[in-house]
Design a protein around this ligand. Structure first.
Ligand code: ZN
Length: 512
């Protein structure tokens, strides 16, 4: 075979272009497949696809050019390393359909050799030999000439300009980018494994961050009490008929003698808002959160999750939707009602006097509201079924969202029904949403605006309470906060400690 073309010297600009095209055509195929699966046909879909292609070509070129010019042979070695790693990543993506996320990188770094060798395969070697090695040969055998500083700067400047233009052209697609960035980021080598390696170690650092312990608590009685705390997702107050919404979105709760408090969330995004529901006061620090505090002080604590984003939990009984689906194969696994599977048995089997059960829901999370409830809850129609909600029909969007609230009504009511079946126990249900949601008001969608500039739709939340003890009443309060959960749960479970704040407790003994 004639390999004369390798002998002809090439500038780093040309080398970078060749390597960038190679990377895009070979290693970015899974990412392009994912883009195709997540766009709708039409001009905007074509714009998104072209933008991703151009962006990848230019970003690859940018880094190859930068590494080669600054790093010379070291730069070549780094690039060669990424080709081998890209080939291995591609093998895993194609074979196991994995996404190379931070969690996946955590698995990679925590895998012992014996487990890793289980993944060894001749096919993986072929991937490396046929896809990873050829560009390395090109890189090292081909003579490279290094351009002037001026030319190098021009290349870098031009790349940045193109990236900027692509970003501007896609301003109206921020929602699409927001929804698909994690998946795409996990399929684009080498960014998937480099960026997610850093993200993984960032999370490890955060997880190992020590909680500030709160003062020990004592029990003031030994009655048998259970609190079920339901953490809602993106459920906004104004769409609950309990709070005056003109559509009947709460037909079941309306008959449940619940107390519906007015509340504003402390934040407009899940992680900060869930922390506020579990914290004893507004704080930027990591104090012991409610489930950890109660568990350490002898309460039976269960956390069932169809969501994520809570602060680190230090309890024994954490179970997510995958675990629940395995344990309860009879339950509907695609919706939040999975969180209720075997709930009654869970409560009855507890050998503690005091129990806290947290159900972390995901029901009203956009943009695909219509996928968050079973078909029989599609009462408001037609319901929007596109992911591009910014261009969707406003009424259809509201219909889909209202169906999620109708389903939430059913979920919360069902928990109350379960608690009514528990004999000889004081039982309490609290439903608090993490934050609100924008549905096109002021042309805003979803949530996450900084709290001080966010519209009210993003922080006005429902705070609904039910309990069955005739010796306990709920205070009439003009407004409450998410931090009230901590102190109210402590009060209901008969707990006292220095941290307890009566001003943030919603319960009082019934006046006789
Ligand atoms: Zn949320």
């Amino acid at each position: 075979m004639k390999l004369d073309f390798l002998k002809k010297p090439e500038g780093i600009q040309g080398t970078s272009i060749v390597l960038s095209i190679y990377t895009t055509l070979v290693f970015h195929v899974p990412a392009f497949k994912a883009v195709l699966e997540n766009i709708e046909s039409g001009w905007n879909g074509a714009l998104i696809f072209t933008s991703v292609a151009v962006l990848m070509l230019v970003v690859n070129f940018f880094f190859y050019d930068l590494l080669l010019w600054l790093g010379r042979t070291v730069g070549k070695a780094i690039i060669a390393f990424t080709f081998i790693a890209d080939a291995i990543s591609l093998y895993f993506i194609n074979t196991y359909e994995v996404l190379i996320t931070d969690a996946m990188m955590g698995n990679v770094f925590n895998t012992r050799y014996s487990e890793a060798s289980g993944f060894f395969s001749w096919v993986a070697i072929l991937y490396v030999l046929f896809l990873g090695v050829p560009p390395c040969i090109y890189l090292f055998v081909k003579k490279t000439t290094f351009s002037t500083f001026k030319k190098f700067l021009a290349n870098i400047g031009m790349s940045l300009l193109i990236i900027l233009l692509v970003v501007i052209a896609n301003m109206r697609n921020t929602l699409w980018i927001d929804n698909n960035s994690t998946q795409l980021g996990s399929l684009l080598m080498p960014w998937s494994y480099t960026v997610n390696t850093f993200r993984y170690y960032g999370k490890v650092k955060k997880r190992n961050q020590k909680e500030i312990q709160l003062p020990d608590a004592q029990f003031t009685n030994d009655s048998k009490d259970v609190v079920v705390l339901i953490i809602g997702e993106s459920a906004r107050r104004q769409n609950f008929s309990l709070y005056g919404y003109e559509r009947n979105t709460n037909p079941l709760l309306a008959g449940d003698s619940v107390k519906a408090y007015i509340a504003n969330s402390a934040a407009t995004y899940t992680t900060a808002a869930v922390k506020a529901i579990l914290d004893h006061k507004p704080t930027g620090k990591l104090y012991e959160i409610l489930p950890n505090y109660l568990y350490r002080n002898g309460v039976d604590v269960v956390w069932r999750s169809y969501n994520w984003g809570q602060p680190p939990l230090h309890i024994k009984k954490y179970i997510n939707y995958k675990g629940l689906a395995q344990k309860h194969p009879e339950a509907k696994k695609d919706y939040d009602e999975l969180l209720l599977a075997g709930l009654q048995e869970e409560i009855l089997s507890s050998d503690h006097n005091k129990q806290l059960i947290v159900l972390h829901c995901s029901t009203s999370h956009g943009p695909t509201y219509n996928k968050k409830y079973p078909a029989e809850f599609e009462k408001f129609t037609p319901a929007c079924n596109t992911v591009e909600i910014s261009t969707a029909d406003r009424q259809e969007l509201l219909n889909a969202y209202d169906n999620t609230i109708l389903y939430t009504d059913y979920l919360v009511h069902s928990v109350i029904e379960v608690l009514k079946q528990i004999p000889d126990r004081r039982c309490c249900m609290m439903f608090v949403s993490d934050h609100g949601e924008s549905l096109g008001e002021d042309n805003l969608f979803m949530h996450g605006m900084p709290k001080n500039v966010a519209p009210k739709e993003q922080f006005e939340i429902p705070f609904i309470v039910w309990q069955n003890d005739s010796n306990t009443e709920m205070k009439n309060l003009p407004e409450v906060e998410q931090y009230y959960v901590f102190h109210s749960v402590m009060n209901y479970l008969g707990m006292q400690s220095e941290i307890y704040n009566e001003n943030m407790n919603i319960f009082v003994p019934t006046e006789k």
